[in-house]
Design a protein around this ligand. Structure first.
Ligand code: NAD
Length: 507
């Protein structure tokens, strides 16, 4: 096949962290990138990787991985709080680095990483993919042409209910429970979502070319059920960010009952763009009541490859840009300075939240005096519990190993039960026959699932009775509250709702 890049040179890549890291294999195969090595401490991830890359050097030991010499670059996709340390080790071992979000978790780590990149002379790219969807790439092009004028106001969302990823691995298709089953995920079970701000602030920065300068983030108090109690991750995180031209964006991220990764409003002084679930609309005429026109952006080029990649094509483009920078010396988006801007905005949002919403300056690490102020500031992510210790000391692992399995399955079954019962509440107001059918089907499905839900709830209640008050017991109770039927027998209730729904006439 013709190479996509204008060179025959190849880049030999090692992937460090084979969960998310393995998602790039397809795009790498399309490009001049040969996957030559993979490293993960988890045997499940190594086995999955071996199936797709049987000829690669595969190891559980990261020192051995970094000593592998037939490699030019490393893709870091290890635990979220370890990215800075792992990127620095890879740079010091002589490799170019692509790093998954986020770059670092404290300002001091950021200074160390930035200086390691500068000293190495190697390429460093943050793998922030959301700016590279069809819509966002098109908006960036129009913005650069001056179509929108000056940025005035924007809203971006990255709302993603990741509750299940506290209890199971994120990326293998069959999502096995976290092992051992009486522990929860190392960072997803507790982290503050402000640190994961890049998928929404990132597009804003790339479209407008502006840098975030100031942030204010109020504390948000209400948690979703089913998380480990006290987990910051159970909440939404909202920040107002002032950009370098004085315009403001609202960044809304976190866990909620309304997932949304793509909604946006981005208003300029000459035109406004909005994408709110019905495609991209552009309001023309430099006035709030001008025509609001639906547009369907196309890829600038290489669309056939981008269409096959994850995250709306973004997973292809970020690899493409990185390979192009290393092999053809064309600068890629998300160099270390831009990576610092987006990452520090999240860190400062957490600090603003801790200070009751007080505005915080977002340091610009291009300025060496500013760097000095933060060189020794290693205050980073703090957690209110230990993911390895959610049961009391000396617990019986034969019983408690079932924790993750039960959490995952009760969540799934409770979700169907809620959909069925809550769907029945609003059934008469649903005009669309297909939506009504969905509710009817879910009523039947939930009814069939009652025996197994009951069995899992009994098992969960036995664990709660054995270890009352511990974090795991509180999380189980909280997850089970999703299947609450106000004391009614669920089977009886579902039969009743199903019989009733079948008599309701469509208007
Ligand atoms: N850009 C995106 O769209 C996107 C999507 C998913 C995940 N991510 C990011 O990718 C990263 C990885 O995501 P994930 O879902 O695979 O997370 P994860 O935390 O579940 O997985 C990290 C993997 O790295 C391995 N690992 C950790 N430390 C290691 C070490 N020292 N040596 C070898 N292996 C090690 C773990 O065993 C695990 O398989 C996360 O930081 C996440 O933020 C980004």
């Amino acid at each position: 096949m013709e190479p996509i890049l204008k060179t025959d040179k190849h880049l030999r890549l090692g992937i460090w962290g084979l969960g998310r890291g393995a998602a790039f294999i397809k795009a790498a195969n399309d490009l001049n990138i040969d996957i030559v090595a993979g490293c993960d401490t988890n045997p499940i991830m190594r086995e999955q990787f071996r199936k797709t890359c049987p000829d690669a050097f595969i190891t559980a030991d990261d020192t051995e991985f970094l000593a592998y010499k037939d490699m030019d670059a490393v893709l870091v996709a290890t635990y979220f709080p370890c990215h800075a340390e792992h990127s620095i080790r890879a740079l010091e071992a002589g490799f170019h680095v692509m790093c998954e979000v986020t770059s670092f978790t404290s300002p001091g780590e950021g200074v160390r990483l930035l200086e390691a990149v500068e000293k190495s002379g190697k390429v460093y790219n943050l793998l922030e993919n959301y700016p590279f969807t069809k819509e966002n790439m098109y908006l960036e092009k129009l913005w650069k042409e001056g179509f929108f004028g000056e940025f005035q106001y924007g809203e971006f969302n990255y709302l993603h209910n990741c509750r299940m990823f506290s209890y199971k691995y994120c990326l293998p298709p069959d999502f096995p429970p976290i092992e051992p089953g009486y522990t929860v995920h190392s960072w997803r079970s507790w982290f503050n979502f402000h640190y994961y701000n890049t998928h929404s602030l990132g597009p804003m920065m790339k479209i407008t070319g502006l840098r975030p300068e100031r942030v204010t983030a109020p504390p948000t108090g209400v948690s979703l059920p089913g998380f480990i109690p006290e987990s910051e991750n159970a909440k939404v995180a909202v920040a107002l960010i002032q950009m370098s031209n004085g315009g403001i964006m609202r960044n809304l991220i976190g866990n909620s009952t309304s997932d949304n990764h793509t909604d946006k409003r981005i208003w300029g002084t000459k035109a406004a763009a909005e994408s709110l679930g019905h495609g991209l609309h552009i309001r023309l005429g430099s006035t709030g009541f001008g025509p609001n026109v639906h547009v369907e952006p196309q890829w600038p080029f290489l669309g056939d490859f981008a269409d096959q990649a994850g995250h709306g094509g973004g997973d292809f483009w970020e690899l493409y840009y990185f390979a192009r920078e290393v092999l053809e010396n064309i600068p890629a988006p998300w160099n270390i300075y831009e990576a610092c801007d987006v990452t520090l905005a999240g860190i400062m949002a957490v600090r603003s939240q801790e200070a009751n919403g007080m505005p915080m300056e977002i340091p610009d690490f291009r300025n060496k005096d500013v760097r000095e102020q933060f060189r020794n500031d290693f205050r980073g992510m703090t957690r209110s519990f230990d993911p390895q210790k959610i049961f009391p000391e000396g617990h019986d692992t034969a019983i408690t190993s079932r924790f993750n399995f039960l959490m995952i399955n009760i969540e799934t079954l409770a979700m169907d039960l809620r959909t069925a019962l809550d769907g029945a509440v609003i059934y008469e107001q649903i005009p669309n026959p297909a939506d009504r059918l969905t509710i009817l089907e879910t009523l039947k499905k939930a009814r069939r699932q009652v025996p197994v839900l009951t069995q899992y709830m009994e098992e969960a209640n036995a664990i709660v009775a054995r270890y009352p008050g511990c974090l795991a017991a509180e999380a189980l109770k909280s997850m089970m509250s999703l299947a609450d039927t106000n004391g009614r027998d669920p089977a009886e209730l579902l039969d009743e709702k199903l019989d009733w729904a079948l008599t309701v006439k469509c208007k």
